[in-house]
Design a protein around this ligand. Structure first.
Ligand code: NDP
Ligand code: 8X3
Length: 256
């Protein structure tokens, strides 16, 4: 057993959106750091595959849609008192569509708001009352929650909401000794763009043309860095960008 495994041994981390991208990478890194894990997502077979690859450190997989208040309550209230997580990673989220505000689809807007804002609220409302002093919550924000861009209005709005929620949650939970942080990545090559472009692989791949985006593991390392700080250290907000991306509007591509 390595030192960091010893330190985290028995510590429970719950990750939403653990079936792919950042969530799966966080699960892998947390497993190798000695955490016990509760993995959440909608795709059951994906969760099972992650569980199989990580072994006994996965305490359970919870299959539910964070948008669904009742399903979230049912899944999270079934967690016994001795398995309440010390670390909650509110990571599940998505962008759908790139329509301008005068042409965007209501269905896309609802999915983004319901998942990125209400989903985070549902999970936090269920777990935070049961978490104890010294616990940490990490919300997955985005550079899109700090800078707006054309075609991003509703995704921007949801991630600006995560930015605001993170700040207010930190104040609300301060008296109980629960730390709240935001990780805000720039462009990262996960299933994110495939979801945003509704399965169009060419459009999704074009997002990362001519520069090296972040990998899911780059973001996972940032998350594990935050949760492994000593108890008196609170990293509140971490913006992590590809070297080729100075802002959402400034990307240095080799082919442009
Ligand atoms: P992925 O598409 O690879 O992963 C998204 C995860 O969220 C999946 O595990 C998915 O699981 C889960 N999810 C989506 N909707 C729901 C839902 N309704 N209920 C439960 N789980 C859900 O993308 P990323 O890993 O990139 O995205 C993770 C987070 O990072 C998101 O919040 C995203 O906004 C944010 N982000 C992404 C960036 C990027 O460039 N990739 C940059 C900055 C932030 P399942 O489908 O199985 O339910
Ligand atoms: C994802 C990053 O720049 O596509 O949150 O909005 S970006």
């Amino acid at each position: 057993m390595k030192n960091n495994e010893l330190q985290n041994s028995g510590c429970i981390m719950l990750i939403t959106g653990a079936t792919s991208g950042f969530g799966e990478a966080i699960a892998q890194l947390a497993a190798s750091s000695g955490y016990n894990l509760i993995l959440c997502g909608r795709r059951k077979e994906r969760l099972q595959a992650v569980q199989e690859s990580l072994g006994a450190c996965v305490l359970k997989c919870l299959t539910f849609d964070v948008c669904n208040e009742e399903a979230t309550k049912k899944a999270l209230r079934a967690i016994p008192d001795d398995q309440v997580p010390q670390v909650l990673i509110n990571n599940a989220g998505l962008a759908v569509g790139t329509g301008a505000i005068d042409e965007g689809a209501y269905e896309d807007w609802n999915r983004m708001i319901d998942t990125n804002v209400k989903g985070l609220l549902h999970v936090t409302r269920e777990l935070s009352p049961r978490m104890s002093s010294g616990a940490r919550i990490i919300n997955m924000g985005s550079v899109a929650g700090k800078q707006a861009y054309p075609g991003g209005a509703v995704y921007n709005a949801t991630k600006f909401a995560v930015d605001g929620l993170t700040k207010a949650m930190r104040m609300d939970l301060l008296p109980r000794g629960i730390q709240v942080a935001q990780v805000a990545p720039g462009a990262a090559d996960t299933e994110f763009s495939l979801v945003r472009y509704k399965g169009d692989e060419q459009k999704a791949a074009a997002v990362y043309n001519g520069f090296e985006p972040l990998s899911a593991m780059d973001v996972a390392e940032a998350v594990l860095f935050i949760v492994s700080r000593p108890p008196h250290v609170s990293i509140q907000d971490l913006l992590i960008m590809p070297a080729a991306q100075a802002s959402v509007h400034h990307v240095k591509r080799t082919n442009s």
